[in-house]
Design a binder for this molecule. Structure first.
Ligand code: ATP
Length: 306
């Protein structure tokens, strides 16, 4: 049973003050991108996890892996134990950078949830799956649903945004990942010592720009409050962001908590040109072209492939 699941970019990310529970109140507009991970599950003699592709050496293979936690959440939902459900082999083929601000771990959790519930014929509705996804992490429901959506709360309360147009992106992967909690702490610190201006405006106008399909209009509005914190921790990102625009992108921003930089391009052809120029600029580890919106987690190979 093989499921493919998208990455995301936050085209708009407004971060409110820290709440009593330590989380920040967010208003975000997510877009699911064609850069994907693949999750394959099968019944096995013994449970095991296999990881290949992006960041394979640093992804945990044990219960810290978010895809494993999907087994626990399903068992809990069925009022049983993982042992009762039986051993499974979970294989991740990663295209999404690890700790890159593109929700790679959340994608694998959403993929595992859909793949395992299909493998075990649990017959869960999309709504039930989305509720279980919320237990695995704030970004997991969006990985399941995909498309373009407005997220509030911790980002897990979703409202779909209708867009009939495809947008073209270039993604610059950094040498090393960034820890999401560390980036939020840095934002809190910067807000404590000064008053950094918010990088974002009103989400309604962003949604209108998405609906218009005009990348020039959207380019003027994309923004991320976490960018200032990511750049503070990794000053070299400033150079990457500049290089993308110099390479011909309409605008660039740090994706989520970073350090991946996402550049909005005029069209598919321009994205290919920007990616070639950016690769030659030596300001990042890897460059990828992607488009969005794309659907959320979906079964591609019911029998797990050849
Ligand atoms: P987000 O955008 O949701 O804040 P991220 O994309 O920045 O997250 P992830 O790739 O999800 O970050 O990884 C964050 C950490 O989670 C990693 O450092 C890794 O130790 C752990 N992790 C757990 N499961 C996975 C997984 N399946 N893939 C990648 N990392 C995982």
């Amino acid at each position: 049973m093989t499921v493919t699941v998208p990455s995301k970019v936050n085209v708009h990310l407004a971060v409110g003050p820290a709440r009593d529970d330590g989380y920040h109140e967010l208003t975000t507009v997510f877009q699911a991108l064609s850069l994907t991970d693949t999750v394959t599950v099968s019944v096995a003699e013994e449970s095991s996890m296999h990881v290949a592709g992006e960041g394979e050496k640093i992804v945990p293979r044990d219960e810290r892996n978010l895809a494993w936690r999907a087994v626990d959440v399903l068992a809990e939902h069925l009022d049983t134990t993982p042992a009762e459900l039986g051993p499974v082999r979970i294989a991740l083929e990663k295209g999404i950078p690890v700790a890159g601000g593109m929700a790679g771990g959340s994608a694998d959790a959403a993929g595992a949830l859909l793949a395992l519930s299909t493998l075990w014929k649990l017959d869960l509705s999309r709504d039930e799956l989305t509720r279980l996804a919320g237990k695995l992490g704030s970004d997991v429901p969006f990985s399941l649903v995909g498309g373009t959506a407005l997220g509030t709360g911790r980002g897990e309360e979703l409202l779909p945004v209708l867009t009939r147009h495809t947008f073209h992106w270039v993604l610059a992967f950094a040498q090393r990942g960034l820890s999401t909690p560390r980036v939020y702490q840095e934002l809190d610190r910067l807000r404590d010592v000064g008053d950094p201006p918010s990088a974002v405006g009103d989400h309604d106008v962003v949604i209108e720009a998405l609906a218009s399909g005009d990348p020039h209009r959207l380019a003027e509005l994309i923004g991320n409050d976490l960018q200032i914190a990511a750049v503070s921790l990794r000053p070299e990102l400033r150079r990457t962001l500049r290089a993308g625009v110099e390479a011909g992108a309409l605008a660039g921003l740090v994706s989520g908590s970073g350090p991946t930089c996402a550049f909005l391009c005029e069209d598919a052809e321009s994205a290919v040109q920007v990616s070639a120029r950016l690769s030659g600029a030596g300001v990042c580890r890897t460059v990828r072209v992607a488009s969005g919106p794309v659907p959320g987690a979906r079964v591609v190979e019911p029998d797990g492939g050849p």
